[in-house]
Design a protein around this ligand. Sequence first.
Ligand code: ADP
Ligand code: MG
Length: 295
Amino acid sequence: MNTLNTTVSNEAGLQNAAVTPAKEERPAETVIEEGQTVGTPFSDDPKFRLRNVEVFYGADRAIKNISLDIARNEVIAFIGPSGCGKSTFLRCLNRMNDSIDICRVKGALHLDDQDIYDPKRDVVELRARVGMVFQKPNPFPKSIYDNVAYGPRIHGLANRKSDLDDIVENSLRKAGLWNEVKDRLDATATGMSGGQQQRLCIARAIAVSPEVVLMDEPCSALDPIATAKVEELIAELSASYTIVIVTHSMQQAARVSHRTAYFHLGHLVEVNDTDKVFTSPEHELTESYITGRFG
Ligand SMILES: Nc1ncnc2c1ncn2[C@@H]1O[C@H](COP(=O)(O)OP(=O)(O)O)[C@@H](O)[C@H]1O
Ligand SMILES: [Mg+2]
């Protein structure tokens, strides 16, 4: 009896298990529907209107049918695992990908209703409107003054020396650097600390009065104190500029941005208000990333 009973109950158990397997034993199934970004990727007042964007390196498709608006004067953070296309997508916004021979960009990309990829577009003018700050501070091997004056000189923004002096001073003030460097404007920029160099690069970017500043992991080479200064600066700049920042630091995205866009394997999986992304993400991939299950 005992034996029989055991057998029966075991069989029943097995049958049950076959019908409703324990949840954690199911294979992880994560569906990314191409071009289907969850959340709020669009805006009523877009600075950039980006539709069905695809980027290829040779035959490899690094960006897969992404549509997104970037709103005027917002700070939007791009997050996601390494290699998922954040930098590639960022570089589309001021045609920095043009310099990569094998790179092709498809789709409709507009800045204030003007086609960014119009063959007649002046790319130098575009990059003055959409400035860029890179991961590693890259000041020119020139004086602090000449670094900031470089863009205004090229674009003919100052007719007189005193006008140029004003632009240099204002840009350094906005970058929170004026008091530290005002007595040594002739010193070589490469002699500054890493954090100062990065703020100088931001001053150089804003000296030509851009409308947008793109930042690709601007703090990843900086120590925590220099990082805090750059983050403070981003908050101040957001009053006047549209800012797109790629960051691998979720804390940084949470501190500086209004909206956060989560990229995964070339897809744009989710865009939402930053608070929402970090407290109640809509997509399970976003949740896996922010809870540290991969990255
Ligand atoms: N210059 C390049 N030439 C060829 N492939 C590239 C180039 N830059 C990036 N890629 C590829 O495109 C994909 C996205 O890279 P990237 O935009 O740098 O990602 P992320 O910034 O998110 O780390 C990766 O597979 C990467 O290897
Ligand atoms: Mg990158």
